[in-house]
Design a protein around this ligand. Structure first.
Ligand SMILES: Nc1ncnc2c1ncn2[C@@H]1O[C@H](COP(=O)(O)OP(=O)(O)OP(=O)(O)O)[C@@H](O)[C@H]1O
Length: 233
């Protein structure tokens, strides 16, 4: 479904990503792990054409995205949940989800209440205004809301940042379940290894803008030095 080849990304004259190769099949879930500043957010923004200048090839369903603007990519079924959650503070949780359905562009949108059922911690907050939510609750809402427009490939940028461990566990279960049921693929950028493992079947490691490892979790575990070299702070 997604094929990325030789992707370079730049902010001004500064090159951030170097010859990135990455793919995800229909419904497949992959993780991208790396330290702060490794280039994870830049990668997701590049896939969405939401900031950096890029060179190289990004294909979705075999189609070269090239200069295609973000909103068109969203219409094809790509959905980015950025690190800053962009919750509407004057709308309720239910309304925040409902308004996101307009991005469905011909695909089958999900019922907002169906999403609330799938994310059990959001359900009791249904009538709460976005501005009244804690940071963690806003993160949950941003993730749940991303399913509203019926995405085909979700790009999640560090959804666990700042969340309590018990919430992280529940979020992993719920994301994996909804992706399975709705056949949604995932590119998950993370620093939380436990969460990334729980949500995906294989991973990429990124370091100073380069992919330095790609493989399954078993292979990652067998190479103990990878964690030390590329993820330890
Ligand atoms: N808008 C920008 N303009 C210039 N440089 C940027 C910009 N955004 C990010 N960078 C730089 O690009 C590099 C990669 O940053 P990026 O945010 O992609 O990393 P990250 O892996 O997502 O890290 P974090 O976990 O801290 O968000 C960093 O050196 C950062 O300073």
């Amino acid at each position: 479904m997604l094929e990325v080849a030789h992707l370079d990304a730049f902010y001004g004259d500064g090159q951030i990503l170097h010859a990135i190769a990455l793919d995800a099949a229909e419904g497949e879930r992959v993780a991208v792990l790396g330290r702060n500043g490794a280039g994870k957010s830049t990668l997701l923004k590049s896939l969405m054409n939401a900031g950096p200048r890029v060179a190289g090839a990004i294909r979705f369903d075999g189609r070269l995205l090239a200069e295609m603007p973000s909103y068109r990519r969203a219409q094809l079924g790509l959905a980015l949940v950025p690190e800053d959650r962009r919750i509407y503070s004057h709308l309720t949780v239910l309304e925040n989800i409902a308004i996101a359905r307009y991005g469905a562009a011909g695909r089958k949108a999900m019922e907002p209440r169906q999403i609330l059922e799938r994310f059990s911690m959001l359900k009791p907050l249904e009538e709460r205004y976005g501005g009244q939510l804690s940071g963690g609750q806003q993160q949950l809402l941003a993730v749940g809301r991303a399913f509203a427009a019926g995405p085909r490939l979700l790009l999640l940028d560090e959804p666990t940042e700042g969340l309590a461990p018990v919430i992280v566990e529940q979020m992993a279960r719920e994301i994996a379940a909804i992706c399975d049921e709705e056949k949604v693929g995932l590119v998950l950028c993370e620093q939380n290894i436990w969460f990334a493992r729980a949500c995906t079947s294989r991973l990429y490691l990124i370091d100073t803008g380069r992919i330095v490892f790609s493989g399954g979790w078993d292979e990652f575990d067998r190479n103990a030095d990878l964690k030390q070299r590329y993820l330890a702070v």
